[in-house]
Design a protein around this ligand. Sequence first.
Ligand code: PLP
Length: 432
Amino acid sequence: MPITRRDLFMAAASMGTALATPPGLHQARAQGAYDDWGAVRELFPLSPDKVHMSAMLITSHPASVRDAIERHRGGLDADPVGYLETNGDKLTEASRNAAADYLGMHPAHVALTDSTTMGIGLMYTSLGLGEGDEVLTTEEDYYVTHTALDHLSQRTGATIRRIALFEDARGASREGIVDRIRTEIRPETRLLALTWVHSNTGLKLPVAEVAGVVREANADRDEDRQILFGLDAVHGFGVETENFFELGVDFYAAGCHKWLFGPRGTGIAAISERGMTLARPTIPTFDDSTVFSAWYRREAPPAGNNGLRMTPGGFKPFEHRWALPEAFGLHDAIGRARISARTHDLATMLKEALTSVQGVRVHTPTGPDMSSGIVAFDVDGRSSDEVVALLRDRSIIASVAPYPSALVRLAPSIRNTESEVERAASAVREFA
Ligand SMILES: Cc1ncc(COP(=O)(O)O)c(C=O)c1O
């Protein structure tokens, strides 16, 4: 069997080669193409009669993603096997490379998934932990992290401990959160599982500082007792500018169908070199040909783990996966820093407008250092379901957080305009 570029990645990954080098796929920003936010809005076929503040749920496909999906769908529909055999490997590799480039890491450390949920489940549920090991997580984390950790505990006997990071998101401080985690780490702690931007309150964690605490705690620990740091990154991915290494985490999961505006049903899971030693594949891969060819020869696969092995195999709606480069390409073309600043500006504007409405309590911290694109609030005397229904009556798309505290969320993004932010705040003013 010929040795492919992918096999070389695999060999490098198994040998523990330094894998932090980005493969250099950076795309130059198209000069001026998206300088006007109105032109960005035009890329999305969103119905103009509604204010879509729903980027935190599921995206509408921008033009380039839609075109790529249609191109691959046409190819697959005309000749499913021929198109897959001729193009499949290189298209999947291009998707993984685009994700890796965006994250600033080597593609061999990136698994392609269907969603954040799949990534978290794949990474946490099969971790090589056991009795006597503890996972530290928080009350503020989402159902997906809590449930994947429950599965891990049932499988391995590792215990899960949940702590509250703060009493009230509005009064929380970066230092307070970092100190709380520092004091709660115990000798038996082996995994810290957090969420970058909480989807109930919109609070953004100081992830890099927390990673510093983990590093301090690991400094005098043996290799096999190190603490690893896992992150549900979905509401920072596509909005915040830090890459995988700047955050300093070991496990990073995000869906590409929210703030990245990528194909629906796509996601990524990124794993550090150290994380790879503790993670175990769950679903047989179709991406790492060394595993398949070893099976073919009735031999054990080469030792080690990598992002290709962590990628669930089986045939997929490939036209979506293969449109990922266009989603990352659009972010590069608009400019990551510009997207971040614009999202923060609109969220700040919305928070200020809502705060001025009597009877409305904004729960998301004010500053961009502790918040991102999600704006969470409640209204005196009205349930969140009622508020969302009243907003829908006024053609504003908001959502209720699926948490016990069930706040109302509006999620402005680069698809929105200042006047839409004003419209959303005015709608709330009508019934608050
Ligand atoms: C924090 C968090 N994680 C995961 C998810 C699920 O994301 P996905 O649809 O990519 O699985 C959500 C909400 O949709 C969320 O708020």
